[in-house]
Design a protein around this ligand. Sequence first.
Ligand code: PAP
Length: 352
Amino acid sequence: MSTYVVPDQNTCNYHPTSINGDNQTHQTDQHHQPSLHETLLATLPKNKGWRSENVFLYKGFWLSSEVIKGLMLIHNHFKPQPTDIFLAAFMKCGTTWLKALMFATANRHRYKFSDHPLLCTGPQSAFPFIDTHIFLDYPVTNFDHLPVPRLFATHFAHGLLPTSMLSTCKFVYVCRDPKDAFVSKWHFMSKLRSKELTPLEFSEAYELFCNGVSEYGPFWDHALGYWKASQESPDKILFLKYEDMKRSPEVELKKLAAFMGMAFTAEEEDEGVVEEIVKLCSFENLSGLTVNQGGGGGQKFTAKVVVENKDFFRKGEVGDWKNYLTEEMKHRIDMITRDKLKDSGLTLGLIK
Ligand code: PAP
């Protein structure tokens, strides 16, 4: 897939060593000056992380050390273009699915469905996850080579992103019943959790989640930030729900394409293009591909963490929480959801 190949020499002129605290030279430097990133981390409240040891409370959201660095680089270096389209979501709410759908929609005139790049690379390679990709090509990644419209994914909360980005670019936000997001996240993070740490028990993760403490959380503040912005600027933010997409994928895909400025023509609809894209990007199709079953594909999050494609596919169902949460646990999340969403107009998992 040509869209996501980052050239070797693609750094900005400015050398942001003051932000990056973990480049190789620091390992051996006895007179190590703390970077801005390290200085900031030292001032932030800490709590238990799900993947790594700690998460840090930054402007109301719990973030890992790596993505705080990414956020600083985004603020300092990212140059938003009016044609850019961001896919935003809390973790485990549908990024993989939406990545496939957005990529297939944006490139539908370029590739045949029988020989589509998604069939051999997997959705993670379709476009960059900016939170960490911004620093994968040390010192900072330049995304100028990406085709227009540039597509990016992020898990950052609306309020954490630069206002220039929010006012310039379009955002597609996908949300999900927090109970399913929680169960999915616990499975995913347990796989990624550093082997040097003791496993994160389900009951402990549940407590942390309910208290808002998980990477990119609190879940509810995350959803509400994008929801409110989507109400104020529907032309800039499209708010989708995983459950609606499962129920009526064609309807939601048409909405998505129109929002992206790439509405399907009547001719395309007659030819079945909408159904073809839905089929290509379905859980059943994608999860069965060799590349998504441990066949070599993966997403590099940091220099040390690469997540295999297969880990982004688990059950792909609505309501799997029923297999994990007691009635009491379900009730508690539903009550938090009801309180947090009160008067917002947003419903999640049937809770207003
Ligand atoms: P991320 O936050 O790590 O990017 P994300 O893709 O948002 O993960 O979420 C993964 C969830 O979407 C998984 O849900 P589960 O654990 O409840 O099963 C995964 O199975 C599901 N998923 C992945 N691809 C698809 C798809 N094509 N259609 C529907 N669900 C999908």
